[in-house]
Design a protein around this ligand. Sequence first.
Ligand code: NAD
Length: 452
Amino acid sequence: MNITIIGAGYVGLVVATCFADVGNEVVCHDLDDDKIARLSRGEVPIHEPNLAPVVTRNRLAGRLRFTTSDALAIGHAGIIFLAVGTPPEGDGSADIDHVLAAARSIGRLMERPLLIVNKSTVPVGTADQVRATVAAALAGRGVDIPFDVVSNPEFLKEGMALQDFMKPDRIIVGAESAHALGVMRQLYAPFSRNHEKFVAMGTRSAELTKYAANAMLATRISFMNELAHLAGQLGADIEAVRLGIGADPRIGRQFLSAGIGYGGSCLPKDVRALIRIAARHGQHLRILRATQEVNDAQQHLLFERLASYFNGASALRGRSIALWGLAFKPDTDDMRDAPSLVLIRALLAAGATVRAYDPVASGQARRLLVAEHGEARCAASVLFASSAQEAVEQADVLVLVTEWQEFRSPDFRYLASTLRAKAVFDGRNIYDRAVLDAAGLYYEGIGRTDDR
Ligand code: NAD
């Protein structure tokens, strides 16, 4: 099939690559000249494990092309995916301007019947708005070309994106016509033997399914984070509790880790957006508001722990804090809404300096922090180390922020000899207190026995 993907970001690029890899002719379109130029000359602008060789293989085979031309992108295909960003507005609502802008371009340029598939995460009712936008553009041209709008939210996880798309748990397709459903079934057949993963529904249900999934995941995390506080106070260990409840198949093991709060480009924004969607319909989503409230507090927890360890936030002035990990989770360079930023902001406001190391996200983090604090302030307060070891040199304490594989088994004796205050704050509960004790290090996790 000839397919166009509009938006070459974390989702669009993966979707385009996977569809090309199973034999489709794919054009991937983006407004960002630099991104398209890099992709066209063989660079992959994001860090996503295993993606680069598959992009290259398909680009060289001529099945995957990149363009900034609306006309080329829209003229190429009978199926056009929208995978553009839907960032939060000031009040938390999802901004669908990019989705509607793409719909307008399609309406202005389409010359043949089309299936328009929305992959972006969008408020319920957006498929109807896309339909109306395309219809208005066609009416403006005085032409009548049939088209369908389908909602096909994406559930891939950054860091596992290729695998998630190639072997999905489910393929949610919201459609209002049997023809559209049939085309989608055929398109996804390579990823779902006998269509067993294919779940068909209406467009509004599909749009809500995406928000419901992320809201449920966020709620599990906040639930465990709240329980972690209680566990710490009761002399229980949240890690033992996690294993204990996760063994129940009704609960399951995933997404039960206590930590420093959820972050990233999806969970925080989708929780806020669903709260706004409900509010617009007169509903106050109490559980989700609590989920968000717990998360906001949790993202400040490490700073509070550090302040308390040094006997007050004012005592952090002049301290040097090493951070291992900046990305919101391992295996990605995505820094959008990363909890590390909340910690760094608070440390800088308290007059501390930061020595940060992340295997791939330092560049993105630096850009964000320079935009917030200016080049000079950032250079004076944050050192982006080129190794985990460099980050801890001359630091007072170490904070484990992101559980990258390379941080899992450090030389604790070296840490004890290097860290001036000989303390490790483990924001992901990956270390064992007994091991750190034996090395002469003070340890605090999240909701572990003997946490203060
Ligand atoms: P992204 O910011 O990485 O990519 C979006 C791309 O769209 C950018 O490259 C931007 O330049 C481009 N764009 C914007 N307007 C355009 C237009 N009119 N024409 C062409 N290109 C345009 O965003 P993302 O992380 O890929 O997310 C895309 C959507 O998918 C969002 O709605 C997001 O919520 C959803 N989603 C994201 C993930 C994830 O893990 N990142 C997972 C599931 C769903």
